[in-house]
Design a protein around this ligand. Sequence first.
Ligand SMILES: [Zn+2]
Length: 144
Amino acid sequence: MACERFQTEGMKLLDGELAGDERLRYEEHVRGCDVCANELRDLGRIVDLTQELRLREPDEAFWDQYWRGIYRRIERGIGFLLLIAGMVVVTGWGIFEAVTSPQFFTFKGITITVILVGLVIVFLSVVRERYHESKDDPYKEVKQ
Ligand SMILES: [Zn+2]
């Protein structure tokens, strides 16, 4: 007749719920019972595997997120640099054109200059804000 003690006491033992005399008595039984010994070994292996899987999963998810965060930061960094370079060239050209134009001191020339100066101020403000944001929380992208 097959022993079925592993189904109750064996599971408890693996879960760490078997204590005191109960545990000692069952361990004594396992030493003389092949059914319980085999069953415990198999169940023990399954428990170990599920724990392994549980540990590995968040780890992979973390690194996945981490590299995606790094990639996004690099991508945005390059985009931001190109944007700055483009803005500097366009603004510099605009101001040069305005100042060297014979129409500079006309209504049109002054309006264009005022718009360009406004753009530069807004742009510098955004750059400063972004710089402070990234300095305050350098892992913001990674945590998401
Ligand atoms: Zn048994």
